[in-house]
Design a protein around this ligand. Structure first.
Ligand code: SAH
Length: 570
């Protein structure tokens, strides 16, 4: 509570009339991306197909939203997700011509601050309706980063008491309140109290905690989260003042540690020291010796709120992601979120470009398609420095792509820092599935997926597998069917297939599926010639049961029935 949103806002527009205003707002928030409705807006950073789904997804991902359209549209669109517990990012409606700014949601996430900033940039005034904010020029319940509000409900009562005319005294250091127009009086009955000490909540105090406490823990401590809470309580320190946990680098991959940090709602940072007192001295050397209430826990209190990014180092993250075939709608939300948090993005240049646009602070490492092991090792080197790294593949990363290369690099390495990286593989829609969906259901029954590339496997094994898959009457999906350096392999593969399948067998050819200029063709095995296929094509060959029938749009549906042998009775 009280930490303002750190994500860059999304500027959402419906028509090109809003683009000029959107760009002026973008100058204020350079990391913000402009999302434009596909087909109506050119020149946006991202395009979306469906306004409602896009807005709700941004909201649920806690992304601040600046929508350049009627406030009513925004309200009606977000209404279904408002009652869900969870994120409440700032949401603002801005008139297309920039003449009106209406903060709608996210009062505690700093929406009024944003409204004033935008109003300043557009030379207009913000429609602020929050009474406390209007009277005092600040939201008392939304202290700045580095401070936490004690209790929201008590806080609301406190502010309404203030609004009803009471005066207030400030105890402790609250530099951000210096500008506020508060009715201050040293003898007031109401007090705003800023400090890390544990206090009983009371109706006449607004408790605000500086996040200036650090707790070093040994990961072998039992029930870390509760032990930390107890240790703080025994030392009369409020848990709300906890800024982060600190642990030894050798404990970096311990799940108990990360579960505890999550339960306490704080990040965990790492140092090379082994004992908890040494850990604290390493990151905060200027402090007095830490409080050491129990074995395996040390508490340190800094004079100012801690910038946790500067404390020790974080655990690096490496995500191997699948972009899907190409179009943004086919990318899973977890992949989008991962791209947004990335510091470094690695991959074949075409795919990195497909994953963009990126912010100026994100580093792109584009490499040749063939340097996979080198790219995988580079990714671990970056992640081991504590960075958030993304390796991109098209389609699914586990299908003839980077995930296996990354795991191979990890298995080959005896570097403990690589093994401590938070590694996750995020799936995508593979080309065979994207192509199949457009044609109907050619893979509707058992099927076999093969790469026809003999770069990394002997051609003999490809022939053998192909022959056996055909004998088993599996539908076939060929990746990497042909290339300039592998000109004859597809022809040879088709010879084998033709020994088992009739010339009438339906074949689906999908080229650049989900990308601009995509084509889909349905031919027969008899007609199929290698010239119809290139390295951007997916080849789906039917089994003996795959059939086609006319589709209303003049093309054909292809499907493989779910049953085999005699059609079951209805
Ligand atoms: N990981 C990817 C596959 C990489 S292998 C995935 O899961 O889709 C590369 C091969 O995939 C290409 O030679 C082509 O056969 C196929 N392919 C990839 N993207 C495609 C697309 N958009 N349309 C058709 N085929 C595609």
């Amino acid at each position: 509570m009280g930490t303002s949103n750190i994500q860059a806002p999304a500027i959402v527009i419906l028509g090109k009339g809003a683009l000029a205003t959107a760009k002026r707002i973008q100058q204020l928030y350079p990391d913000a991306l402009i999302h434009g409705l596909a087909e109506r807006v050119e020149g946006a950073d991202r395009s979306y197909a469906e306004f409602g789904a896009t807005l709700r997804q941004l909201y649920q991902q806690d992304t601040p939203i600046i929508a350049l359209c009627a406030a009513g549209i925004v309200i009606r669109t977000l209404a279904p997700v408002l009652l869900e517990k969870g994120a409440e990012p700032p949401v603002l409606a801005v008139a297309e011509d920039g003449s009106a700014i209406v903060p709608l949601l996210g009062g505690l996430g700093g929406v009024n601050v944003m409204a004033r900033e935008i109003a300043g940039a557009l030379n207009t005034t913000a429609a602020i309706t929050t009474s406390g904010e209007l009277r005092f020029g600040t939201c008392l319940l939304n202290p700045p980063a580095g401070y936490a509000l004690g209790d929201l409900e008590l806080g609301k009562r406190f502010v309404s008491d203030l609004l009803s005319g009471e005066s207030v005294r400030i105890e402790g250091a609250a530099p951000w309140l210096a500008q506020a127009q508060l009715p201050e009086d040293d003898h007031a009955h109401l007090a705003i109290r800023v400090g890390y000490a544990e206090r009983e909540p009371s109706a006449n105090e607004l408790l605000i905690y500086p996040r200036n406490v650090l707790v070093a823990v040994d990961a072998s401590v039992a029930d870390i989260a509760n032990s930390v809470r107890d240790a703080l309580h025994d030392s009369r320190i409020a848990t709300q003042a906890l800024a982060c946990l600190l642990a030894s680098e050798s404990d970096m991959a311990k799940p108990a540690l990360h579960a505890a940090a999550q339960a306490l709602g704080v990040p965990v940072r790492f140092t090379s020291a082994a004992s908890v007192s040494e850990m604290v001295q390493q990151v905060l050397p200027q402090l007095l010796p830490p409080i050491n209430p129990v074995d395996g826990i040390a508490i340190a209190v800094a004079p100012q709120p801690l910038d946790t990014e500067q404390v020790g180092r974080g655990r690096g993250r490496l995500a191997v992601i699948g972009l899907g075939p190409g179009a943004a709608e086919f990318m899973i939300p977890a992949v989008k979120a991962e791209l947004a948090r990335a510091n470094d993005v690695l991959g074949y240049e075409t795919y990195v470009r497909m994953a963009g646009p990126f912010r100026a602070d994100q580093v792109l490492h584009c490499t040749d398609n063939r340097e996979e092991m080198q790219r995988a090792r580079h990714a671990f080197e970056l992640a081991a420095q504590g960075r958030s790294v993304v390796v991109v593949s098209s389609g699914d990363p586990g299908v003839f792509a980077m995930a296996a290369a990354v795991l191979e690099a990890l298995q080959e390495s005896d570097n403990p820092e690589w093994h401590a990286v938070d590694l996750e593989i995020l799936p995508g829609v593979s080309a065979s599935l994207a192509t199949a969906a457009q044609a109907g259901a050619p893979l509707g029954h058992d099927f076999c997926v093969m790469s026809l590339s003999d770069n990394l496997k002997p051609w003999g094994i490809i022939e053998k597998r192909l022959d056996l898959a055909c004998q088993a009457d599996l539908a076939l999906a060929f990746y990497n069917p042909i290339s300039r350096s592998r000109p004859w392999q597809l022809g040879r593969a088709l010879e084998i297939v033709r020994q088992h399948r009739s010339p009438q067998t339906p074949v689906t050819l999908g080229r650049d599926i989900g990308r601009p200029g995509q084509t889909l063709r349905v031919v027969t095995l008899g007609e199929l010639a290698p010239e119809m296929v290139d390295m951007r094509t997916m080849v789906l060959i039917g089994s003996s049961t795959t059939c086609v029938f006319a589709r209303a749009n003049g093309s054909q549906w292809v499907y493989t029935p779910r049953w085999y042998g005699d059609k079951p009775e209805k």
